[in-house]
Write a protein of this length. Structure first.
Length: 177
């Protein structure tokens, strides 16, 4: 009896699998028809603009690493950022300007003289900074200190070489390195 039952179950399973392959053939045929009907619409890729480098001839032209490369002459859109860069260069250098912001960690805040002061860990040394201090290598000036973060206004060059201002934040780190 068990053999007969096992044989009957095997027959049902095989017939079901046979029906699946028939359905699968119909599905494959439909997919091939749909593939033939669909035409992709891809816009053409245009070649990049040709870059013509200018040779540096010592006496003529702009020095590649000179100060005049930082502030393009006659740029009206750069007025505020250019003026901010000149102002940033006019101050006395501060110790934390020699470190990138990535190497700095905010570990806390204090109240000194009625003003909020942030505690910064740079390497193995702890520094205090206040609003108006300069930090980072991109002429960053601290504009705001809260219990959770420091806001720094930096002056950087964008991809096309124009001077722009951007705000960066250093968040409070619960566990310092």
């Amino acid at each position: 009896m068990n053999r007969l039952l096992c044989f009957a179950a095997s027959a049902v399973v095989l017939s079901t699998l046979g029906a699946c392959t028939a359905d699968n053939d119909e599905l494959v045929q439909w997919m091939e028809e749909q593939h033939k009907l669909v035409k992709p619409n891809v816009p053409p890729v245009y070649p990049p603009k040709k870059f013509d480098p200018q040779a540096y001839e010592g006496t003529n032209g702009v020095e590649p690493f000179g100060q005049q490369k930082l502030i393009p002459a006659g740029s009206g859109a750069q007025g505020a950022a250019g003026a901010a860069l000149l102002k940033a260069r006019a101050h006395d250098p501060q110790e934390l300007e020699s470190y990138p912001l990535d190497n700095m960690t905010m570990v806390g805040t204090l109240i000194q003289g009625g003003h909020t002061v942030a505690l910064m860990l740079v390497g193995n040394r702890l520094h205090t900074v206040k609003v108006g201090d300069w930090i980072g290598q991109n002429s960053g000036k601290i504009t705001k200190i809260t219990e959770k973060e420091i806001t720094v206004n930096e002056i950087v060059q964008d991809a096309v070489g124009e001077t722009i201002e951007r705000n960066s934040t250093l968040q409070l780190q619960e566990k310092a390195r």
